[in-house]
Design a protein around this ligand. Structure first.
Ligand SMILES: *Cc1c(COP(=O)(O)O)cnc(C)c1O
Length: 473
């Protein structure tokens, strides 16, 4: 392991923080007396031992699931904030960290071209999507009652059709569940051979006249596919519905849209026209888990959050983040970590952070190129990775054999410290004339660390090595 810079960074910052509170009288906590320092150290060593039972997510040879190590500045800032342990529910609980959250979120909104908006951090992408779909449902309810109030509709109270939410079959699985929680109907729209929402299938749904919200995924979780947002926005003009962009994983690619290929580039260029956007700083934004973000283009949706908390709003007249959030307590430390990271690595198209995304993407394209040139593998026939996720199938006589081989290669690679992932994909993506329900187990690699670019040769060698061992054995 390369030397961890966090303890040193943290020491210096912790001293600075201590000076901030130097005016307080000395005190000794009951729990942390010096006598049990040895016990603390022992328990922590035991914890380290337990943590060894993990894949090495921080290492470039971990190229499997969507896992990216937090930046040292994020880890140090998070740990520093833990000294105070602020709660960003309300300014009473996290004055400075709420300010930092507002600043950090403004920078993310600015990346999408939004100056006026409503937004905040969440505990993750699922919670952020839940808020976006909840607001979508509340808006429709309130608009529905307006129509009834004016007496312009023929439907009486209670007979109004519930407007549905639809998303592509490659949308994140939680949208279905979230809709269920919100008691909103959810419909799945077929995806094409590159995992993008099919416009003809979407329009079929829209013609039914009951779609209230379309979830558009920019960067699907399985393969990083980018739904055709500009065309969906045209359909919005025609049919009238809300567009929610789920870019929990893919949102930061906005920064390098000029380096993406068509049509992904055009989709990112249009992202600012969405009604709401979700992005996860804990996916591609170098943050520890516990950091999602939801943004609404119309700040007026804040009215739906109105609630009466009897105990949190006494000492400040300003807007609390808790007043525009479904969650109550949230880690202020997550906001401090994000703020610090963006301070060091601003969200700029020509910055180091953007270059880090571009490096992973170059690694993904290079891996895809090698797979296509190699007779042992098959890559999706319609095209290579749109972002930084690569998927491929093992060439074999039958899909059963191909799936079994993928499984064996996955294990043989792991023995060589190369950690890939497995994914079930439609067989027709690989040019076979099969029914759309037929799936084959494929290999998948998320190349989201900048180091993946220089490590690609080693990754490829390990993969080839694992394959030849199987051929010989
Ligand atoms: C990861 C992901 C989610 C879920 O976010 P969590 O932070 O894991 O809750 C939702 N949508 C997409 C597209 C994702 O990639």
């Amino acid at each position: 392991m390369t030397k961890d810079r966090v303890p040193e960074l943290l020491d210096r910052a912790a001293e600075a923080l201590e000076r901030e509170f130097a005016g307080l009288p000395e005190f000794k906590t009951v729990r942390e007396s010096d006598s049990n320092a040895g016990a603390l150290a022992q328990v922590l060593e035991e914890a380290a031992g337990r943590l060894g039972d993990n894949y090495p997510y921080f290492h470039p040879l971990y190229a499997g699931q969507m896992l990216k190590p937090p930046h040292p500045v994020a880890r140090a800032a998070y740990a520093l904030a833990m000294t105070i342990n602020p709660n960003n529910h309300a300014r009473d609980g996290g004055r400075a960290s709420s300010e930092m959250e507002i600043e950090a979120v403004a920078e993310i909104a600015g990346m999408f071209g939004w100056k006026e908006y409503l937004g905040h951090l969440t505990s993750g992408g699922t919670m952020a999507n839940l808020e976006a779909l909840w607001v979508a449902g509340e808006l429709q309810r309130s608009q529905g009652s307006e129509i009834r109030g004016q007496g312009s509709g023929t439907e009486g109270p209670g007979t109004r059709v519930q407007r549905r939410i639809v998303g592509s079959e490659q949308a994140h699985y939680t949208h279905h569940r979230i809709s269920h929680v919100l008691k909103l109907d959810y419909g799945s729209v077929a995806a094409d051979a590159r995992g993008r929402m099919r416009l003809d299938a979407l329009e079929d749904e829209l013609r039914r006249g009951d779609v209230g919200t379309v979830v558009v995924t920019l960067g699907t979780t399985a393969i990083g596919a980018v739904d055709p947002l500009p065309e969906i926005l045209e359909l919005r003009d025609k049919y009238g519905f809300r567009v929610h962009v789920d870019s929990a994983y893919g949102g930061y690619f906005k920064l390098i849209e000029d380096r993406l290929e068509e049509p992904a580039r055009r989709a990112y260029q249009a992202i600012g026209q969405a009604d709401s956007i979700v992005i996860d700083p804990h996916k591609h934004g170098l943050q520890p888990y516990g950091c999602g973000c939801v943004l609404f283009r119309d700040p007026g949706v804040g009215r739906f959050y109105k609630h009466d908390s009897p105990y949190t709003y006494f000492t400040s007249k300003e807007l609390h983040l808790g007043e525009i959030s479904l969650e109550c307590s949230r880690a202020g430390a997550a906001a401090v970590a994000l703020w610090a990271t963006q301070r060091l690595l601003p969200l700029r198209a020509d910055g180091e952070f953007a270059e880090g995304l571009a490096m992973g993407r170059r690694a993904a394209r290079e891996l895809d190129r090698r797979l296509r040139a190699d007779g042992r593998f098959e890559a999706p026939a319609a095209g290579g990775p749109e972002l930084d996720i690569v998927v491929w199938k093992v060439r074999a006589e039958t899909k059963e054999r191909s799936s079994a081989l993928a499984q064996s290669i996955f294990s043989a690679c792991a023995q060589r410290n190369l950690h890939l992932a497995l994914v079930q994909l439609p067989l027709f993506w690989f040019g076979s004339a099969s029914g759309s329900g037929e799936l084959v187990t494929c290999l998948r690699s998320v190349l989201m660390k900048p180091e993946h670019e220089t490590w690609l040769e080693r990754i490829w060698d390990a993969l080839c090595d694992a394959c030849s061992e199987m051929e010989n054995g």
